[in-house]
Design a protein around this ligand. Structure first.
Ligand code: PEP
Length: 246
């Protein structure tokens, strides 16, 4: 199965009700790029409104709990995301792995819960700066993949996002060669864990300071099937050039 390009915006903790117009502009213009799958992951508070404002659009959460319900104050379960109109969810973002102490096992449990709720999953991995500098980035990321990947999954609904932590929101990006090497290593690991057919179907996104200027080069690198975009996904003016580059 040929892998379609996938460009996903992560709005993080940004956006109020008046941001829905920006999402409408993004999804309307994205229709001109029929070969690219486009999704936006706004804060929980905007999922319902965004999904209602743009019927059929791929709207997602940025995290979910691994339980389906219960005494977890402040958390949101995967079936709740689906109920609100989400079709996908990001799990294991480094801001949650680092800021909320999420382990590979936690991320795996969240991915399993999300798939069980019928959502697609974007499972994030990525190394901190000191690991990149020590030369151990590939081994570090492959261990994250091994520890976070569900044992059994529908490859069409699970994408990996490689996001080097030192590149997120910093304006720094790895070389195209380093991105291709990492994505190739991830694809090989997926083949080992899930088999060649599943690994061949799965999309591996690059994330970390992607913008309209660097997107074409990054998206052209070997085994790069799209981008997970933070800061540049907040406005149509910044996000659409990335979609166009895909
Ligand atoms: C992200 O947080 O997923 C991300 C890639 O952020 P940015 O594009 O701002 O580096």
């Amino acid at each position: 199965m040929a892998r379609r390009k996938y460009v996903v915006g992560n709005w993080k903790m940004n956006g109020l009700a008046d941001s829905i117009g920006e999402a409408q502009a993004i999804f309307a213009a994205a229709r001109d790029h029929a070969a690219v799958d486009v999704a936006l992951c706004p804060p929980f508070t905007l999922i319902g409104a965004m999904a209602a404002a743009v019927p059929g659009a791929a709207v997602g959460g940025q995290d979910c709990h691994s339980a389906t319900s219960g005494a977890f104050t402040g958390s949101v379960a995967a079936p709740m995301l689906a109920d609100a109109g989400a079709t996908l969810v990001i799990v294991g973002h480094s801001e949650r792995r680092e800021g909320c102490g999420e382990s590979d096992a936690d991320v795996q449990a969240k991915a399993i819960a999300a798939l069980g709720a019928g959502l697609s999953v974007i499972l994030c991995v990525g190394e901190p700066r000191e690991v990149r500098e020590s030369g151990d980035a590939i081994a570090y990321v492959l261990a994250q993949v091994a520890g976070s990947l569900p044992g059994d999954f529908d490859a069409a609904r699970l994408a990996i996002a490689y996001e080097p932590i030192w590149a997120i929101g910093t304006g720094l990006v790895p070389t195209v060669g380093d991105v291709a090497a990492m994505h190739g290593a991830i694809r090989a690991k997926l083949t080992e864990q899930a088999g060649a057919t599943a690994a061949g179907d799965m999309r591996i996104l690059y994330g970390g300071s992607v913008n309209g200027e660097n997107a074409a080069e990054l998206l052209d690198a070997g085994d790069v099937d799209g981008a997970l975009v933070g800061g540049a996904s907040l406005t149509a003016a910044k996000f659409l050039p990335i979609v166009a580059a895909a």
